[in-house]
Design a binder for this molecule. Structure first.
Ligand code: AMP
Length: 249
């Protein structure tokens, strides 16, 4: 079985996010970029399924400018077999990503597509669901466990207040939640080897998809700055402040 993993390049989650002076967007100048953490989990799960003999090939795909090749190489170093970049100037919105992925799915016919549950930059949580709708494949979103049994995938989903286990007929779409696995680190020899693994570049035109923008970003605002805390000398002073200033007890 082939597994297709869709990975997004985002701001590294450790980096301090700055908003542009005109509030038009997040300032990406000189900011460290990385694999979206949920996509890292998706790559790890695919590699584990390959190591377990369930999958025979792991293909990673990313949509965006040439810089996304950096994240594709990271996924190749982690163990993916080959990569596809779909070259676009900007990071497209989820519906466009899903339409492009649907074309890749049509061409590659993977038994399983694994995506992150959400991008940590735009927090959409839409692409996997849209891809499932466009391809007519069953979906197991927010997965905290994935087991492939014959022509079915059993997916444990993290839902509000508990777990929900569903069985999907393959081919299917899965999106990863945080507890699915703990991704490995790429080893230096694997980073070197990844440079020689195949990376194919396609355009939306090659795939017959016209990108239409449906969403306009109006403005981005940083959260209000938090006030500095204070130290109190005693428990009595703390209780007094909680009672009379914060009025929470
Ligand atoms: P979102 O719907 O934007 O929150 O993203 C959910 C998941 O869709 C991500 O974790 C990725 O697996 C995939 N995805 C979103 N944008 C892209 C992109 N530009 N290239 C590849 N995969 C993407």
């Amino acid at each position: 079985m082939k597994i297709l993993v869709s990975v997004k390049r985002v701001i590294d989650y450790n980096a301090k996010v700055r908003v542009k002076a005109d509030n038009s967007d997040v300032d990406l100048a000189n900011v460290k970029m990385a694999l979206n953490p949920f996509c890292e989990i998706a790559v790890e799960e695919a590699i584990r399924l390959k190591e377990a003999g369930v999958a025979s090939e792991v293909v990673v795909v990313s949509i965006g400018p040439k810089t996304v090749q950096e994240q594709l190489r990271t996924a190749l170093a982690l163990g993916a077999d080959r990569a596809i970049q779909i070259d676009t100037e900007q990071m497209p919105e989820p519906l466009n990503v899903a339409k492009l992925l649907a074309k890749v799915v049509e061409a590659e016919q993977p038994g399983l597509v694994i995506l992150g549950k959400q991008s940590i930059d735009s927090d959409n949580n839409q692409t996997g669901q849209m891809l499932a709708a466009l391809t007519g494949r069953p979906q197991g979103t927010f997965a905290s466990a994935v087991k492939v049994e014959g022509d079915k995938a059993v997916v444990t989903r993290e839902v509000d207040g508990g777990l929900r286990t569903v069985e999907l007929a393959l081919p299917a779409i899965v999106t990863t939640d945080l507890r699915l696995n703990e991704p490995r680190y790429a080893k230096l020899p694997d980073i070197m080897k990844a440079k020689k693994k195949p990376l194919e570049v396609k355009t939306p035109t090659d795939l017959g998809v016209e990108l239409k923008q449906h969403i306009e970003l109006l403005k981005v605002e940083a959260p209000a700055a938090r006030q500095a805390g204070i130290k109190v000398d005693s428990v009595d002073a703390l209780v007094d402040k909680l009672k009379n200033e914060a009025k929470v007890i």
